[in-house]
Design a protein around this ligand. Sequence first.
Ligand SMILES: Nc1ncnc2c1ncn2[C@@H]1O[C@H](COP(=O)(O)OP(=O)(O)OP(=O)(O)O)[C@@H](O)[C@H]1O
Length: 257
Amino acid sequence: MSTLQLHDVSMAYLSKHEATLALESISLTVQDGEFLSILGPSGCGKTTLLSIIAGLLSPTSGHVTIGNQDLKQTKANIGYMLQQDYLFPWRTIQDNITLGQKIRGTYSQTAKNEALKWLDQLGLADKKNLYPNQLSGGMRQRVALVRMLATNPTLMLLDEPFSALDYQTKLKLEDLVFQTLKSEEKTAILVTHDIGEAIAMSDRVVLLSPRPGRIHRIFEIPTEIASTLPFEARQHMHYNDQFQIIWKEMESLATTS
Ligand SMILES: Nc1ncnc2c1ncn2[C@@H]1O[C@H](COP(=O)(O)OP(=O)(O)OP(=O)(O)O)[C@@H](O)[C@H]1O
């Protein structure tokens, strides 16, 4: 993917009686292959920001470009993964993971094999003929990940995809997503409330202020953290400087909001 840029993006939700300013003057560049996390207090506009990048919402002012082209003009394939898996209960796992390809008109025997390869790589090959209600929550999220990967997106947007999972499943899936996206050199933006998760998975963490969300600070995560520590250890760096700094900044935001 080419570089993603947000240029002075603001977003106000307008209703008959009031306007809610959700985001204000967000300018940000996300490099090719970068994993970026967005942290911030509840209601600061994280999901709004992701929806704007996905092209589902138009900002009130400012604009988004991918490789210097306006988002609406690009043919960038953007994948979206949410807290809920939104699998279709009446379709088998195989039919669910090829659905994105069918909607995009890219379905073929080769594309189907690609989807099945991902299913295999994520340890679910033997589940392909089952239905979503026959799988655990963690398995269903893995299927949602396969469905997204099967469309070969150049940019992946992840809106708290791990938050509904039990702790052990969450750790395993975070690690799996991290390893998969890094090895595929995918560009990804993760919205999360979890500082450990953000540090463990990201190259950079963007901390937004309370609503209206503005960029409060951007933290570079030292590469030696990602390259030397096992994933679970990276999550629990309560004594790690980076964790402490981000935690303190978040606390200070909470007390000033
Ligand atoms: N469709 C809408 N109409 C009006 N206001 C909205 C709409 N969607 C979101 N908002 C408001 O915009 C602000 C930002 O919402 P958003 O969901 O983007 O925040 P968030 O940071 O993702 O929240 P959370 O962390 O709780 O999921 C909130 O005050 C919310 O109430």
